[in-house]
Design a protein around this ligand. Structure first.
Ligand code: SAM
Length: 507
């Protein structure tokens, strides 16, 4: 998460300081067996508390909390799982994250000593463990990685459309092979090669297998082993994937690794570096601290640092995809075929690079048009009738409604003053979208047009730059921003942050 510049609410402070409570709530709902029991059959609170061996009073209050935060639903006195709980918490769900919860609790021990690491250095918390304890932790780590991988792999491959029918994909640091299994499900004509340390390969191979998947045990940091892989597969891979791997190594090690791995790719092949990036979002920034407290030498990189390493490896073209669960994929190749221009993911990233602090894609059907919005323009705005972008000259609500019907997606963006820069960024974004393949891209600004101090009476001086403001079309901007998770409210104090909201319709 990132605290938005306009957010000065104590509610956010409380959310931050009490976030751990929700974690323990999730964890205990699983540990006590509540989630799995409700998954098996609907029941009343009394039955559930009894079946899970909880005290009537305390257990009842806990179950009530689960209902109140939305993990359980109550209908006709019977308890059911919410969709969220059924997907991520029920142990029968293919996407369950039960090991992630268990492993996170171990990670918290070190987070509590962040100050010591800042004073004594990275690695100062790492302790010798007994072989049994080491193995227990390793199993938990691998289980957690595999669970997260199942969800993240789907997000990655969904964001990478337009691949040929056949090809070879090589996964470096493949873990349990989740990324490749998911890939082969969507691309059955491909062959896959999973590379990882021998122990990891052995464990993974004894699990589920796929006829198109081969395993290659390797220590990629050992120069001769990496050299053998390159000789064996030189120029053959359409895709080489490194997911959550570069954060285990130094920039120098990664530089060498990427330079060698680039040699595995075909002329128009691509290397995908999927990871958490410090400049990607708040989650990436926190992930770097996670590396700091929990590993000897792990660290996160910035997106430009990674693109530079790939460029030095001989892959000068790159693009970046932001994925729904906050990871990013830097995709690099030799040719401009890397361009994933029609992707909304890419457009969101471009929006951030242009300086918007939020960029959320949505379906235009959620945009509501309210008569009161235009009335507020007509009665109470000093710019009424003075701007060619505002009422009564701007687009009418009916026309706006009709226009929305021509689009299947939209990007809502939020930025800061000065308004002129915000409007310049919007035009840049519209241009990037158009050049990226969204032929119908059209931007709607927030606030009155500011290309001229005052508009001439007979015509607009800059029709090529004029865009209607969202509110002038009757759009309820507050409701739309709230729907997109952008905190916004009327300015009450002189030191409240001003933010502008604009819309880009795309198709
Ligand atoms: C953090 S896990 C990521 C697993 C998977 N790619 C994912 O994104 O979920 C890193 C993986 O890289 C593997 N790995 C780390 N160093 C390696 C090395 N020197 N040689 C081969 N594999 C390595 C680890 O064994 C582990 O499976």
């Amino acid at each position: 998460m990132k605290i938005s510049p306009a957010d000065n609410s104590y509610a956010t402070f409380c959310d931050l300081t009490t976030g751990y409570r929700l974690f323990y709530l999730l964890r205990e709902a699983c540990n006590a067996g509540i989630i799995d029991r409700v998954a098996e059959h609907a029941c009343t609170t009394e039955e559930l508390v009894k079946q899970c061996g909880l005290r009537a009073e305390e257990g009842g209050r806990f179950v009530e909390s689960l209902v109140n935060v939305g993990l359980l639903e109550r209908y006709d006195g019977q308890l059911y799982l919410s969709r969220f709980a059924a997907t991520y918490l029920a142990s029968t769900s293919p996407e369950n994250q039960v090991h992630v919860l268990e492993f996170e609790e171990l990670l918290m021990e070190n987070w509590g000593q962040l100050g010591k690491v800042l004073r004594d250095g990275q690695g100062s918390l790492i302790q010798e463990r007994s072989p049994d304890e080491y193995q227990r932790r390793l199993n938990l780590f691998q289980g957690a990685m595999a669970e997260a991988a199942r969800v993240r792999a789907r997000e990655l491959w969904e964001a990478l459309p337009g691949l040929p029918e056949t090809g070879l994909i090589i996964d470096i640091g493949a873990g349990d092979g989740s990324y490749l299994h998911e890939f082969l499900t969507g691309h059955p004509g491909w062959q896959a090669l999973a590379c990882d340390l021998p122990d990891v390969c052995n464990a993974a191979q004894s699990g589920s297998t796929h006829p198109n998947l081969r395993w290659h045990p390797i220590n990629i940091i050992a120069e001769h082993e990496l050299g053998q892989l390159v000789e064996m597969q030189r120029g053959q891979a359409s895709l080489v994937v490194l997911s959550n791997l570069i954060h285990c190594y130094s920039a120098e090690e990664n530089s060498n690794l990427l330079a060698r791995l680039a040699q595995l790719t075909t002329a128009d092949g691509m290397v995908i570096v999927h990871d958490f990036y410090t400049d990607g979002n708040g989650f990436g920034a926190m992930y770097d601290l996670h590396m700091l407290v929990n590993t000897f030498n792990g660290r996160c990189y910035t997106i430009p640092e990674t693109a530079d390493l790939l460029q030095q490896a001989g892959l000068p073209q790159h693009t970046v995809l932001e994925l729904p669960s906050r990871s990013h994929a830097v995709i690099a190749g030799r040719s401009s075929s890397v361009e994933a221009g029609t992707s909304l993911h890419l457009l969101r990233t471009t929006a951030r690079q242009l300086g918007f602090h939020a960029a959320v894609d949505l379906d235009p059907v959620v945009i509501t048009i309210e008569p009161w919005v235009k009335a507020k323009c007509s009665y109470g705005c000093s710019q009424y009738g003075r701007k060619w972008s505002c009422p009564p000259h701007s687009m009418g609500s009916e026309e706006f409604k009709e226009l929305l019907g021509c689009y299947s997606r939209a990007l809502l963006v939020a930025g800061q003053p000065p308004l002129r820069s915000f409007q310049e960024q919007l035009l840049e974004l519209e241009k990037a979208a158009f050049l990226g393949g969204f032929k119908k891209a059209l931007a709607f600004s927030g606030g009155p047009c500011c290309w001229c101090e005052t508009c001439p009476e007979d015509r607009c001086t800059f029709p090529e730059k004029r865009r209607p403001s969202l509110e002038s079309c009757g759009c309820d901007v507050f409701a739309l921003a709230e729907r997109a998770g952008i905190k916004m409210g009327p300015l009450k104090n002189s030191d409240d942050f001003v933010q502008y909201v604009g819309l880009l319709l795309v198709e």
